[in-house]
Every structure is written in structure tokens, then in C-alpha cells.
Design a protein around this ligand. Structure first.
Ligand SMILES: [Zn+2]
Length: 465
């Protein structure tokens, strides 16, 4: 067939299906069924791609490398769609793309030293089209939205998800609608969504009301729900594992460390690595560790309470998570008290023998400044990784000479106020409340006033050198 590229993976896509993550339920649904949670038990769903182990795994690696070096199809220029044989879409699917993925793996020597490591690499998902890791998942979710025949995509979000949905919906010629509690969201956070033309609806209610409305609206045939419960988003996001392995020349890192909010990112990475292992493309899993902010750390708390048998994967994990009612952190992208994907993420961490820990606001802020000194900008949530790695090294969970990759999730300019406040010494948690706790800028770099003379400037340069 014209334009058809030889594919070394025997595709089983016709058998791919959605399955309930609750093993005791085990319900399965077709890919085309527009369903966001299990109809039988209400749990979240995941996609089982039924990938077949290729007879020659090296041929798969070679096809991906060739597609990247010399894209023959438009979709090969996307860091998601290049890995199409791993995704639950047919070859002729209406791929929605803004050329997401293709993000760099950056050396971070100062951050490594700060953590007590010989070396550290940062996979920066903030280089995506709208500045966050959400874009890889949204490319897949919006493609599925087009397949579904819907006309409007909705979500309830104040930040990165909203911006990503707005951009991808616009590209797919969909209407995007973003539901928010009235008067509780800053205009700056929504600026990207407004620019991409999304309909922003300020609801007379709280965030829970918005979530409830999104679920109710999901019954409408014309409406597609792109919230975190959407399992297709995990499919797009898992490609970061594939791209990371290519950039590591297929040498599996000892540790991969990610921030933990809704836990979609850790779920996706865990799924991506597991699929590579199942297909014989890698020989072992990296230890996957997740770092939460202290004031929004329900999974880290649960993890700390697990028995040795549970940590070893020999006993059932708890069915329930004690949610944090009023999460508090300046790292807004992970300010989540009831993470949607905690169960899938926790399983991936335990399977790989990783850790889930939390770090303080002070630790996040200082780690962010150190990452900055490596000439790498990121949003505050991303910096939990470096703060967490420092603690994991100190606790002996990561050895000094081990190979560590951390995933940064968002762009530096997602939250410029945070940086400005840190360097000027005005950062505090929680903002505007009477128990506000100042965060000391240990690596503070405030602007300096100087007289309008050459000698004053030279004196300043000499002093700060
Ligand atoms: Zn179920």
C-alpha cells in the first residue's frame, strides 16, 4: 500500500481494550466505548494494548531511530506518534499533533553535586508545545476525541491541563470548554487557554462541583471528557519512557524520578517501561520513584505505612487512600489531595522497587534555584525531583555512582511570580493566610540598586563575581 511503512511489531490493535484497574472487578470495554470510569465498580480504566513480543526487538528500535532521523510520515516528526505501534490507534487514525515530545535530556552537573551524585540528567517535558508534559497525553486524548465523533472537549482544570486541552482542541477544530469555580482562579493561570480560544466557564460553585459537572456532561454524545481520568492520556504520556530510552542509548537508568500530583505521570512512565520490558526492548525496569510536596502527599503517607510484604509486592496493597482535604503547596501543579491515578502509580513504583517520599516547600524552592543554576528553568513542581533525589541519596536509597534521570514536567515561565518572590525573599506558604510560613531563599539572587556610574557597576560586578 502506498505510504505504508514496514512495521516490525505484529499489531494486535484490533484486540486492544479498556480494562478496569480493580483486579477484583476485571471488567473490560471496547476502545470505542465512550466511558471514563468502570461502569461496574466506578474505578479508573487503563488501556491494555495487547502488544505482541516482536521476533526481533532490535528491528523496532531501528525503525524508531530511522523515523526520527528521517521522518517519512508527518506523524514521525511527533515524539508521540513516532511510537505508533505501541499505541491503541490504527495506522489511519486522525492523528492530532503539535509535534509534541522530542524533549531534551539535559546534563545537570550543579544539581548532581547538590544531590550528592556523580551525575544527573533531566528529561525536560516543559519543552512541549504548551510548556508542560500534558501535551503528549493530550495528543492521544484529542485523537480519540475525533474518533469518538464528539465536537466539544471539556475538563475542569486551572493550569497545565487546561492550556494543553485548549491548544489541542483548537488544532483538532474542536470546541474546548474549561470549567472553573468562579473567583478562585487567577487570570494569569488561564491566559494560555484564553489565547488558544477555549471557552472558559466560571461556575457558581467549588472545584468539586466542576468535577461533578464534567462527569455529568460526559453523557452527552457531542462532549468528550479530557480530564485526568481519561485513559488515552496515559497512552500518550507513556511515550516519554520510549524517548528517554532512545536518548540513553537503551542503557536503562538505575533510577527514574518524577513529581507526584495526580500521579498520571508516574503511571504513564511505569506503563511505558513495563511495555518495553514485556516486548524485550529492555532487560530490566529502572526504579521508579515519586516525590510529593509535604502539604499534598497522600501517596507518600500511604507508602510510609506499607508493610515489608506489601513493599516487596507479596501482599495486597490498600484499597483506599486517605485523601488530603485541604492540600497546601506553592507547587500548584501538584497541589492535589485526592490523586486520580494513585493505584496504578503505586503499583508501578512497587513493581520497580522505587520509593514515594515528600519534600518541604523550602527543599522544593532551593532545588528549583539549583536547577536554574544549571541553566535549566522549570516550574516549582518539577523541582520536587531534585529535592527528593537529594533525600534519597542521603537515605542510601540512591548510591552516588548510580545513573539517575529525573523528569521535569513544566516550563519555567508557568509560574514567574514564584521565582521572583524566591529571589527577592518574599516567598511564603500559604499565600495570604495568617499562618503564612516564609520560605528562605538559600540561593537568593535579588536585583541590586546601583548608581548610574561606570565605577559603581564595576564595583558591583567585582563584589558579586
Ligand atoms: Zn470495575
Amino acid at each position: 500500500m502506498a505510504g505504508k511503512v514496514a512495521n516490525p511489531v505484529e499489531r494486535k490493535i484490533e484486540r486492544a481494550e479498556q480494562r478496569c484497574v480493580n483486579a477484583a472487578c476485571g471488567a473490560r470495554y471496547g476502545l470505542r466505548e465512550r466511558i471514563y470510569v468502570c461502569a461496574k465498580c466506578g474505578e479508573t480504566l487503563e488501556i491494555d494494548c495487547h502488544l505482541a513480543r516482536p521476533s526481533d526487538p532490535l528491528a523496532v528500535r531501528e525503525r524508531w531511530a530511522a523515523a526520527k532521523a528521517n521522518p517519512k510520515l508527518p506523524r514521525d516528526a511527533s515524539g508521540v506518534w513516532r511510537y505508533q505501534e505501541m499505541l491503541p490507534f490504527d495506522d489511519d487514525a486522525p492523528f492530532v499533533t503539535l509535534f509534541e515530545g522530542n524533549t531534551p535530556l539535559l546534563q545537570a552537573p550543579r544539581s548532581a553535586k547538590y544531590c550528592g551524585l556523580a551525575g544527573l540528567r533531566l528529561k525536560h517535558q516543559g519543552y512541549n508545545p504548551t510548556g508542560s508534559f500534558k501535551d503528549t497525553g493530550m495528543a492521544a486524548a484529542m485523537t480519540q476525541a475525533v474518533i469518538s465523533g464528539a465536537r466539544t472537549a471539556i475538563c475542569a482544570s486551572t493550569g497545565n491541563t487546561a492550556a494543553s486541552l485548549a491548544a489541542y482542541a483548537a488544532r483538532a477544530e474542536f470546541q474546548a470548554a474549561i470549567l472553573l469555580p468562579r473567583g478562585q482562579v487567577s487570570a494569569a493561570k488561564l491566559a494560555q487557554s484564553l489565547d488558544y480560544g477555549a471557552l472558559v466557564l466560571e461556575i457558581e460553585g467549588n472545584f468539586d462541583d466542576c468535577m461533578r459537572l464534567v462527569q455529568e456532561l460526559g453523557d452527552e454524545p457531542s462532549i468528550y471528557v479530557a480530564n485526568s481520568i481519561n485513559p488515552f492520556r496515559i497512552e500518550g504520556q507513556k511515550t516519554v519512557a520510549f524517548e528517554m530510552m532512545e536518548q540513553c542509548s537503551w542503557r536503562v537508568p538505575d533510577h527514574v524520578v518524577v513529581p507526584g500530583g495526580n500521579m498520571g505521570n508516574s503511571t504513564a512512565l511505569g506503563k511505558g517501561f513495563q511495555e518495553l520490558l514485556d516486548m524485550g526492548l529492555i532487560a530490566r525496569l529502572p526504579k521508579l520513584s515519586v516525590i510529593q510536596a509535604e502539604g499534598a502527599a497522600p501517596v507518600a503517607r500511604l507508602f510510609a505505612s506499607l508493610s515489608p510484604a506489601q513493599l516487596a509486592g507479596e501482599a495486597e496493597l490498600p484499597e483506599r487512600l486517605a485523601v488530603v482535604e485541604n492540600p497546601k503547596t506553592l507547587a500548584t501543579a501538584i497541589k492535589i489531595g485526592a490523586p486520580v491515578s494513585w493505584k496504578k502509580a503505586l503499583r508501578a513504583v512497587i513493581r520497580s522497587r522505587g520509593q514515594v517520599i515528600s519534600v518541604s516547600e523550602q527543599e522544593i524552592a532551593d532545588a528549583k534555584a539549583i536547577i536554574g543554576r544549571d541553566s535549566i528553568g522549570c516550574e516549582p513542581a518539577s523541582a520536587t525531583t531534585v529535592a527528593g533525589i537529594k533525600k534519597l541519596v542521603a537515605a542510601g536509597h540512591i548510591r552516588r555512582d548510580e545513573d539517575v534521570v529525573a523528569v521535569l514536567t513544566g516550563h519555567q515561565l508557568k509560574d514567574p511570580d514564584y521565582m521572583s518572590n524566591y529571589h527577592r525573599g518574599t516567598l511564603a506558604l500559604p499565600v495570604g493566610e495568617k499562618d503564612a510560613k516564609p520560605v528562605h531563599g538559600a540561593f537568593q539572587n535579588a536585583p541590586e540598586r546601583v548608581a548610574a556610574t561606570k565605577s559603581a557597576i564595576l564595583a558591583s560586578l567585582k563584589q558579586r563575581h
